[in-house]
Ligand binder design. Structure first.
Ligand code: DLL
Length: 438
């Protein structure tokens, strides 16, 4: 498939200078497309950018103000549409937790581009023609299901569009059709494993090789756990509906950070307080500009996701930079008695412990004037029948290790398997009784 002048293989291995030249070309086109929308016409009015000619270098992107989720809501329903409506062949929308949805329109060319990015992403993880791809992400307005579907077909995989839920049927499909590759949220992978025995299956029934896991933050420990439980490789996949959906960044078989497809996405990271750009290697909020979409251009989108750009070349030979696993969303950060805590830090500690089961929930509430953090987690049923001292010692270990990492002394509640609510879509890991749910 041609990308302007490049083939896929080539575009992934361009030297940085050639890549930047391609980005500049595409940025100019994108700015010109954006200026045809009511939203950006207004937004760019005071910036001195009236046409693509005003973009001379990639650094000129800094003259463009950031775009936020609220801006997308404000532009609902047609403020960011840059083609005639009859050119649009698909839309995706996200409702978020409250209020007006955000909507993204795709032309056929946009879908073709997204499909190509997906083919590249899948190939990076070793997927190939002949693989059987069971897609356990929800099909619908959410981009997780349909987002990888077309790329998987184009690569020649046998696609099982199972969608999410119905765990019993998932196992049956996995067994009968010899699924090699699962696409699911990491929390659903853990749930799947926890039901396997009870539903009468064992690993010997399957032909699994890999899982592509994403759509929600998860720690390296969770990846490791999924790999160990299923005896497969698990690859991290990142994306967001504003930037199409999955296939923005994907791990390759080296599993050392996610390659972000820079020919399609211009990457910046910024300090979330000053909003100034930070250097590669420094953690910041990811800001993305989509360089190859005609239906809905979005410039300098503040993702709220915290990550670090890794500039070092990857041994796989792809030259696009990588990002580290997402630490969390800036709006997921809990402030507990004045200390900033990301749920991922707690996950990191508990998921390292072999006794801990596959589900957990963090609760925060006020006790008098103080905040109280309680970690609820499931542990193996045998711990409840053996000596109670084992439970006591596990609780103490969790408390000590969490305190060592985040300086807060948590309460810990251990439960039998199946006690906590099942996580089928994006997992809800925090209940903040002080007034927020994450
Ligand atoms: O979750 C798209 C997607 C589907 C990505 C399937 C990967 C796999 P949204 O529903 O718009 O789109 O949610 C996007 O989810 O801004 C992150 O906060 C979070 N997220 C997505 N992937 C990851 C990941 C899809 N691998 C939001 N690690 C993003 C951590 C992730 N967070």
């Amino acid at each position: 498939m041609k990308h302007d002048l490049y083939e896929d293989q080539e575009v992934e291995r361009l030297d940085r200078e050639a890549l930047k030249a391609l980005q500049l070309l595409r940025l100019k086109k994108t700015v010109s497309t954006a200026l045809s929308t009511p939203f950006y016409k207004k937004r760019l009015k005071d910036t001195g950018i009236t046409s693509a000619k005003d973009i001379h270098t990639l650094e000129d992107i800094r003259k463009i103000p950031y775009t936020t989720k609220d801006d997308l809501r404000e532009a609902y329903p047609y403020g960011l549409l840059s083609v005639e409506l009859d050119e649009v062949v698909r839309m995706h929308a996200s409702s978020g937790t409250t209020g007006t949805p955000t909507v993204i329109y795709h032309t056929q060319a946009d879908l073709d581009n997204w499909t190509n990015l997906t083919v590249r992403s899948l190939k990076a993880t070793g997927c190939h023609k002949g693989d059987v791809f069971q897609n356990m992400m929800t099909y619908g307005l959410f981009t997780g299901g349909i987002g990888l579907h077309y790329g998987a077909e184009k690569l020649g995989m046998l696609v099982i569009p199972a969608s999410s839920g119905n765990t019993k049927r998932q196992f049956q499909l996995m067994k009968d059709f010899k699924t090699t590759t699962i696409h699911a949220t990491p929390s659903y992978m853990l749930h799947l494993y926890s039901r396997m025995e009870e539903l009468g299956y064992s690993l010997k029934d399957f032909n699994l090789k890999r899982a592509l896991i994403g759509a929600e933050p998860h720690s390296e420990e969770v990846r490791q756990k999924i790999e160990d439980l299923f005896q497969i490789d698990a690859y991290n996949s990142y994306g967001l509906s504003e930037m199409n959906g999955p296939s923005v960044a994907f791990e390759c078989t080296e599993k050392k950070g996610m390659h972000i497809w820079e020919d399609a996405y211009y990457v910046e990271t910024i300090d979330r307080n000053s909003l100034e750009p930070v250097a590669d290697g420094t953690e910041g909020e990811l800001v993305l500009t989509i360089l190859v979409r005609t239906g809905t251009p979005i410039l300098r989108y503040r993702t709220k996701d915290l990550t670090t750009v890794m500039p070092e070349p990857c041994s796989c030979g792809r030259t696009s930079r990588r990002i580290t696993r997402i630490k969390g969303r800036t709006d997921d950060m809990l402030i507990i008695n004045g200390v900033n805590v990301f749920p991922s830090q707690i996950e990191e500690v508990i998921m390292k412990m072999p006794e801990i089961g596959n589900n957990y929930l963090i609760k925060v509430k006020k006790e008098g004037t103080l905040d109280r953090l309680t970690i609820h987690t499931e542990v193996g049923a045998e711990l409840f029948t053996d000596d109670a001292r084992d439970l006591y010692s596990l609780k103490s270990r969790i408390k000590e290790e969490v305190k060592a990492l985040i300086t807060i002394n948590p309460a810990v509640e251990l439960h039998e398997p199946g006690f906590l609510p099942v996580q089928l879509g994006k997992a809800i890991r925090v209940e903040d009784e002080r007034g927020q749910v994450y």
